[in-house]
Ligand binder design. Structure first.
Ligand code: DGY
Length: 322
């Protein structure tokens, strides 16, 4: 069978997905184990039919101009704020993402951050490794309790709900805020109470963000919102960095406006806002909420399935721009 279609993959992926693509197309993969530079990406997109890209690749209208023949873009992520979907639609380029498969893994990780921040795991680990543990002490590394507290979930899509399900085990009161309020019956089924944004900020002991990055959610949490939060509250972000105004967050963390934060995503990835890394009351991870072996493999095969379907003129299972 002659492989007449060409695809480019912007980062080495789990083998299974690459093999799926190689069975169908001429495949080229970014040879470097790093994010592609703009220049490299510009060269790569020329003369291809399909692109499998990552959230670190900015797929904007200028890039699309370089290849009038590009037909399909499969994003290896559920979030697709890195792609100008409107420009793709205008050019009749089909775009897909990887929803569903990373829901539980990401929800687990949001809890990991929450617990690590509340119970000061990173500070305590550093202390122990440094040989500073000289005996049990009643005032050592006092953190905040999790059980019985109030949890505010902002954004009640798949991941927000999976995160909420886990709260039941901690005997917490949990609330949500979302621009789209759920049906009453669904709220009841999930055991979730709706709060308006301001009340949720004021009342919660923990706040976890699960909204997509769109113009309306950029800096959703800024100085004003941080001031409304309790001084004992923790903020968790596994969604997208720019949802929080990082400068305001650093100010709030330094000045005791909130107790701490657990962050997996940043405003200007991979850079951190100055001083964020100097604060003890933060747990910082490098955008790994979906990074389990199983999930990253599923994401890769899902992206490959979409690319294959799209280039073969079949219905793409996770088409965004219908
Ligand atoms: C996504 O898929 O959007 C995550 O941020 C990375 O897995």
């Amino acid at each position: 069978m002659s492989k007449d279609k060409r695809v480019y993959v912007t980062r080495k992926l789990p083998k299974k997905a690459l093999e799926m693509l190689e069975r169908e197309f001429k495949v080229e993969v970014n040879p470097h184990d790093r994010v592609m530079t703009r220049e490299e990406l510009e060269t790569a997109v020329k003369d291809i039919d399909g692109l499998l890209c990552l959230l670190t690749d900015s797929i904007d209208s200028e890039l699309l101009e370089l290849n009038p023949d590009l037909k399909v873009i499969a994003n290896y992520a559920v979030g697709y704020n890195n792609i100008d979907v409107e420009a793709c639609t205008k050019k009749e380029i089909k775009v897909s993402n990887t929803p569903g498969v990373l829901t539980d893994t990401t929800a687990d990780f949001a809890w990991t951050l929450l617990m690590a921040a509340a119970r000061r795991i990173i500070e305590a680990d550093k202390f122990t490794r440094a040989g500073k543990y000289k005996g049990w002490g009643p005032m050592m590394f006092l953190g905040g309790d999790i059980y019985g507290k109030k949890l505010g979930i902002i954004g009640i899509g798949r991941i927000g709900r999976a995160f909420a399900r886990r709260a039941k085990g901690f005997d917490m009161d949990f609330y949500y805020y979302d621009v789209n309020r759920l049906e009453k019956a669904e709220e009841k089924r999930l055991g979730l109470e709706y709060k308006n944004f301001e009340d949720l900020l004021k009342e919660s002991d923990f706040i976890s963000l699960h909204v997509p990055l769109i113009p309306q959610t950029r800096h959703l949490i800024g100085e004003e919102e941080l001031k409304l939060m309790k001084e004992t509250a923790y903020l968790i972000n596994t969604a997208r960095g720019p949802i929080i105004d990082e400068k305001a967050l650093v100010w709030a963390l330094k000045n005791g406006e909130i107790a701490g934060a657990g962050l997996d995503v940043y405003e200007e990835e991979p850079n951190l806002y100055s001083d964020l890394d100097k604060l003890d009351n933060t747990v910082l991870t490098p955008h790994i909420a979906s990074a389990s072996i199983e999930t990253r493999t599923k994401m890769a095969t899902m992206a490959a399935e979409n690319l294959i379907a799209g280039l073969k003129g079949k219905e793409m299972p996770n088409l965004i721009n219908k």
